[in-house]
Design a protein around this ligand. Structure first.
Ligand code: F6R
Length: 612
């Protein structure tokens, strides 16, 4: 998704802006651009392709500016080229801006502005904003630029995170937000604005998040934030605990590989201080005000997208098993538009790594509109979803930069296990079972480390899998969502078509696909329905399929039936998803490497999807 960086201060703006864009590259983009106030002129430089290409173009020019904005674009309206890249300018070249989001009524605005004599250079929706502001400047009686911004943005339908410079306000940087995140990093006599905290961490960890409808004017010596009715608001400055090292590769070839290998630590961070062996339960302080509501909830709805939705499915199994509360899981994009029924007392959980996913945010707001208590499970502290939920639990996985989510997934599942355990212990889950679960949870980081150490076999299998165009992932019970997640990982980064299925569903259709060209990856660790999985593997083998199974070390039956196996250590069934997904993450990674794919920036994908 698009990325925004802006700078005002006493340093040279260009290196700060380029560094910020590089930190946002992981989000996915196709073109990049920069605008700086150089002397009394705004210089705009844009290019299709990489931030490094842009850096080469600007560095030659030795700009001295210390005010500027920059952008990485992920095309929505108009093809990826240097003309459609941001920043965009008005006719005079005095007002220049970068934009994340979508202006839905841009066609009618464009028509109106063309009739007024404005000339458009690009095919983007964004460019209408520059001309609209220019047009409104003509008639505006106030000499406050923020007044003009309020007036202009009131005419806009859609979403925006904006950073704007105006040649006639040479000591100010303006930002605005509706539906697309934008924040201010507060330094000493300098401010870095960005759509993502990763771009500012090098300079500061003091962050001010803008809310929807707010506009800010930032000078070197301070900032003013105005709310949607143009009143000044005092904003809380949030301290971010992430540091620069956490958002660097630290010797790994890719962020994804680094994050896969971080999972021992990230899982330790997720459970730290939250388990209580004596009581056989978990303590989640973020939910403390809603404990009674949770305990008495007639139903829990969990909504999310993508990998977070897979975690939600595991949450359904967990909460129903441990706590006996009915759970429904729904894609956030469906939930928000289909008049979902929320009855009195129902609790809605939203799960989001980034805390900025537009569909999940839409579902959150829909659930609140319907009167539900909405609780969050987020990674990014201070993100929009974290702020807008009534309460919630942070997963503490640390920054996830790789586009394909890995460590966030395992930490989300870990949090769901703790929620289910806590609820279960408040209801009917016996103390001894609670204690067993706590013990097993404490073991998990070690088991994960164990799997990570044994990746030689997975690398070998990746060579075989990389020659196929399709793959089927099968799992049952707690490991059905793991099959979905394994398939998603493979298709996202290696572009091999893969489907996840509940193993028993295979015979209701997908079995028709089985032949020697369709490898099947079966998650077959020991549990109560192990024998059923044995039958499913036999069904694949009987049709000439190749089977790669994830099995426990002590397994013999599936080992004999399978063509290849990946061994994982044993844990109690509800915790198996965390251990079993690790080899599937590694498999997807090494297959993508075999196929020469760009793992950290897979085609067409973006890290946090802030548009619908
Ligand atoms: C898959 C992936 C996506 C995200 C989805 C939700 O690897 O990363 O499917 O899980 O876009 O994102 P969050 O969790 O940030 O709401």
């Amino acid at each position: 998704m698009c990325g925004i960086v802006g700078y005002i201060g006493n340093r040279l703006a260009v290196p700060v802006l380029i560094d910020g864009l590089k930190r946002l590259e992981y989000r996915g983009y196709d073109s990049a651009g920069i605008a700086i106030l150089e002397g009394d002129k705004i210089e705009v430089i844009k290019t299709k392709g990489k931030v490094s290409d842009l850096a080469n173009m600007v560095e030659k020019k030795k700009f001295m500016a210390n005010l500027g904005i920059a952008h990485t674009r992920w095309a929505t309206h108009g093809e990826p080229n240097s003309i459609n890249a941001h920043p965009h300018s008005d006719c005079s070249g005095d007002i220049v801006l970068v934009h994340n989001g979508i202006i839905e009524n841009y066609l009618s605005l464009k028509k109106y502005l063309e009739e007024k004599g404005h000339t458009f250079k690009s095919d983007t929706d964004t460019e209408v904003l520059t001309h609209l502001i220019e047009e409104n400047m003509k008639d505006c009686k106030s000499d406050s630029f923020t007044d003009v911004l309020f007036q202009s943005l009131a005419e806009v339908q859609g979403t925006y995170g904006l950073a704007i410079i105006n040649k006639n306000y040479p000591d100010s940087l303006f930002i605005a937000r509706k539906g697309s995140p934008i924040l201010i990093g507060k330094g000493k006599d300098e401010y870095i604005v960005a759509s993502d905290v990763a771009a500012v961490l090098r300079y500061t960890r003091e962050i001010i998040y803008l809310e929807d409808g707010e506009i800010a004017e930032i000078n070197r010596d301070g900032y003013h934030v105005l709310n949607s009715v143009n009143d000044e608001v005092q904003k809380k400055v949030q301290q971010i605990s992430w540091n620069l090292e956490m958002i660097e590769k630290n010797g790994y070839d890719h962020f994804m590989l680094k994050e896969i290998h971080e999972q021992k630590n990230s899982l330790e961070n997720t459970i730290r201080g939250r388990l209580n062996y004596e009581e056989g339960t978990a303590r989640l302080d973020g939910l403390i005000d809603y404990i009674d509501d949770l305990k008495n909830a007639p139903r829990i709805v969990i909504t999310a997208c993508g990998t977070s939705w897979h975690a939600a499915l595991i949450g359904e199994y967990l909460i129903e098993e441990f706590a006996g509360i009915p759970v429904e899981v729904e894609y956030a994009s469906e939930f928000r538009y289909r008049s979902p029924i929320i009855n009195e007392g129902d609790i809605v959980f939203v799960i989001s790594q980034s805390g900025e996913t537009a569909d999940t945010l839409g579902a959150l707001r829909e659930a609140k509109r319907k009167g539900a208590i909405v609780l969050g499970i987020c990674n990014v502290v201070g993100s929009t979803i974290a702020r807008e939920t009534d309460a919630g639990v942070y997963i503490h996985a640390g920054p996830e930069i790789g586009v394909a989510s890995t460590k966030a997934f395992t930490s989300q599942v870990m949090v769901l296990i703790m929620i289910a355990l806590m609820l279960g212990r408040m209801k009917n889950l016996p103390l001894e079972r609670g204690r067993n679960i706590v013990n097993a949870l404490r073991e998990i980081p070690k088991l994960v480390e164990d799997v990570l150490k044994n990746d030689r076999k997975i690398k070998e299998l990746a060579k075989i899998l990389s020659n196929h165009n399709n793959a089927l992932y099968l799992g049952r019970g707690y490991n059905f969502p793991v099959a979905l997640e394994g398939a998603l990982k493979l298709k996202e980064i290696s572009y091999i078509h893969a489907e996840g299925y509940p193993a028993a569903e295979m015979k209701h259709g997908p079995i028709a696909l089985i032949d020697e060209h369709m490898p099947t990856i079966v998650i077959a660790t020991k549990d109560a329905i192990y024998e059923k999985i044995v039958s499913n593997v036999q069904e694949v083998k009987a049709r000439g399929g190749t089977v790669i199974s994830i099995i426990n070390r002590e397994d013999t039956k599936i080992r004999e039936l399978s063509d290849e196996v990946i061994e994982v250590p044993h844990t109690i069934t509800p915790l198996t998803p965390i251990v079993n997904v690790i080899p599937l993450q590694l498999l997807a990674y090494y297959v993508a490497i075999e196929r020469g794919c760009n793992v950290d920036q897979p085609r067409n994908l973006a890290k946090s999807v802030t548009v619908e």
